[in-house]
Design a protein around this ligand. Structure first.
Ligand code: UDP
Ligand code: MG
Length: 311
């Protein structure tokens, strides 16, 4: 199999037939052996019926249907599990990404040996205020935090080596940070290609303002999990120990100075309370690290999705 195209979709019934026809045309022009994996993320419109119809006409169209809406990350994750192609392409279902880019993306992965090639919507057809400007900030922050120099992390159109999609777990809202997930899994070569972006033809956007709040919280958590997820003790234990030691030494000094030098009561001195709090916080941090360590060893269920149907 040359190419798997994974398409997460939520209430996109109007776009699907056009999208499938366009992809099919590109695939046949290039003589690719391909599969289109449409992941219906709990749509409430006719998306699944359309996918069934498309499957009946074209056996290369496959489908996964979630019982409820789990989010784009979950949809990508299930699509990735199923993908068989040596190159895996992801794209949005809303016809904003152009299938005509696929052959070039595939070439970059195979010939230039990129692990991931991300699309870059240099010219964007989205609302300036709610999407374009915030996304500049978002991308700059992600570049700094991750050390991966991509212009457009959240572009839905990306190409992956087979091995990459089998090595990463996309959960929560982490679809915005797939290159980062790949980096933590040990992949190094990230490329970028300017892609054509088009205005949404049917339906409405599924992501509102809250994407930015959640996006930054997710970035913080992914950086933390990536760095300390496997050993939370290295973070909490260190700061906990330092904090406790500080409090302990200060209270030792206070005790000594009370008996040796002056007779002011220890509780009269502000330093006493600082030392006390430092020791308490220190112990708490240490315990948080310890609990984190126990939890991180026991989390096999976090990617369990109820799948209603597969075709
Ligand atoms: N999507 C999804 N599950 C969701 C939200 C969105 O599978 O909970 C899909 C959606 O159908 C589309 C893609 O993710 O194929 C990108 O969504 P959208 O076009 O609304 O985002 P935007 O282009 O506005 O950033
Ligand atoms: Mg879109």
């Amino acid at each position: 199999m040359d190419i798997s195209i994974v398409i997460p979709l939520y209430n996109e019934d109007k776009s699907l037939p056009e999208l499938e026809a366009w992809i099919k045309q590109v695939m046949e022009e290039n003589n690719y052996r391909y599969e289109i994996i449409m992941v219906d993320d709990g749509s409430t419109d006719n998306s699944w019926e359309i996918i069934e119809e498309l499957h009946a006409l074209n056996p290369f169209v496959k489908g996964i249907k979630f019982q409820r809406n789990y989010g784009k990350s979950a949809a990508l994750n299930e699509g990735f599990k199923m993908a068989k192609g040596e190159v895996v392409i992801t794209m949005d279902a809303d016809l904003q990404d152009s299938p005509a880019e696929i052959p070039d993306l595939r070439k970059m992965v195979l010939e230039e040996n990129y692990d991931i090639v991300s699309g870059w919507k240099k010219k964007r057809y989205d609302s300036t205020l709610s999407k374009n400007i915030p996304s500049k900030f978002f991308n700059a922050a992600t570049r700094r935090a991750s050390g991966i120099y991509l212009h457009d992390f959240n572009c839905g159109l990306k190409a992956y080596k087979h091995k990459v999609v089998k090595s990463i777990e996309v959960y929560g809202e982490m679809h915005r940070y797939i290159p980062l997930l790949a980096k933590w899994s040990g992949f190094k070569k990230f490329g970028e290609k300017v892609v054509e972006h088009r205005p949404r033809k049917y339906g409405v956007t599924k992501f509102g303002w809250n994407r930015f709040v959640n996006g930054f919280l997710d970035l913080a958590s992914i950086m933390f999990v990536g760095k300390f997820g496997k050993n939370p003790m290295h973070f909490f234990g260190l700061w906990g120990t330092l904090c406790f030691l500080f409090g302990f030494i200060v209270s030792l000094y206070l005790t000594l100075s009370k008996f040796l030098f002056d007779k002011t009561g220890m509780t009269q001195r502000p330093l006493f309370f600082i030392a006390l709090i430092a020791m308490i916080i220190g112990v708490q941090l240490f315990l948080a690290g310890f609990l984190g360590e126990l939890v991180s060893r026991n989390g096999p269920e976090r990617n369990h999705y109820l799948i209603e149907d597969r075709i």
